[in-house]
Design a protein. Structure first.
Length: 307
């Protein structure tokens, strides 16, 4: 069973080009199931013996163990694609997950910054030192282009075209996409590249756009730390993180009238349903604005007296 799991993970890496994190998550789910199958249930190590009811028992066992609903869903999805793969290879006569109901989980609306809050965050990154210019460029680019933090850290000089106003990034599954860069972000990045980055270059510096104080590629963790510090400096009463700027980018685009499909392309979402969460964010903001500013939104309606 372990050999089949190893082969499947290799397939995900080489033929599907899926990320290391996805491979690790899928392997963890499959190995947990295999361990439960052999140890908890005492059954023989044969995928052909697995029935849908067994998978239901496993998911119930995990749920009773206190794991989050999102994790249970990840297990179900991993098992579904794994058994489908075994079917395609002729290893199974029937797919035990064919009629498996994937658990539904509550989707939480992503927290965003308002445009004034974004302006305050950017203003907090002002300065003339190389690191301050870098930090300003980081915040501007995250908000202007909606990049994932890993995409920002991996951004390379040869993929940045400030004249044309685009950056080429490598997203999930090693998929490349072109993302527009706004005028203010272009100015901040150009200033950093001209006056800040040269002072950070060291003997082992590569082609990454954003460098650490030692001339190395910035890490995801460092970007998180940077935004938390800037959020506090700006006086924002919320924990600012890279994905909050990505959410804000998408929400503000949608609020400005951008097409959802265009936003999907810029964010690099494989499925439009992932992008549709921002329609709910925008609706919530509309309701909040109505309650806050409409003169009759809070007025209690009193029925007329009967004569």
């Amino acid at each position: 069973m372990n050999a089949d799991i190893d082969q499947f993970i290799m397939y995900l890496a080489t033929e599907r080009g899926l990320s290391d994190n996805y491979q690790l998550s899928t392997r963890s789910s499959l190995e947990l199931f295999a361990g439960w199958w052999l140890e908890e249930s005492g059954r023989k190590p044969d995928w052909r013996a697995v029935e849908q009811e067994h998978i239901g028992e496993f998911l119930g066992w995990r749920k009773r163990g206190g794991v989050a609903a999102a994790t249970v869903k990840l297990h179900a999805v991993a098992l579904r694609i794994f058994f489908r793969h075994l079917m395609q290879r002729g290893r199974l006569e029937k797919d035990p997950t064919e009629f498996l109901l994937v658990p539904k989980i509550e989707r939480y609306l992503p927290e965003t910054l308002s445009p004034p809050e974004v302006e305050s965050l950017i203003a907090a990154a002002a300065g003339k030192t190389p690191l301050e210019m870098r930090d300003r460029a980081v915040v501007e680019l995250l908000y202007a282009s909606g990049l994932r933090v890993s995409e920002l850290c991996g951004a390379r000089l040869e993929n940045l075209d400030l004249d044309a106003g685009f950056i080429r990034v490598i997203g999930k599954g090693n998929k490349q996409r072109l993302v527009p860069v706004g005028a203010r972000a272009r100015e901040a990045v150009a200033r950093y590249l001209q006056l800040g980055r040269p002072a950070l270059v060291g003997p082992k510096t590569g082609g990454e756009v954003f460098l650490s104080v030692r001339g190395r590629k910035l890490t995801n963790q460092r970007i998180w730390q940077l935004l938390v510090a800037l959020g506090k400096r700006a006086g924002l009463n919320k924990g600012v993180h890279p994905h909050m700027l990505r959410h804000s980018f998408a929400t503000h685009l949608l609020g400005g009238g951008a097409d959802l499909r265009i936003i999907q392309e810029m964010l690099g979402h494989a499925d439009i349903s992932t992008t549709q969460v921002y329609t709910h964010v925008n609706s919530r903001q509309l309701a909040d604005a109505h309650r806050a500013f409409h003169p009759r939104a809070k007025t209690k309606v009193v029925p007329p007296e009967r004569n």
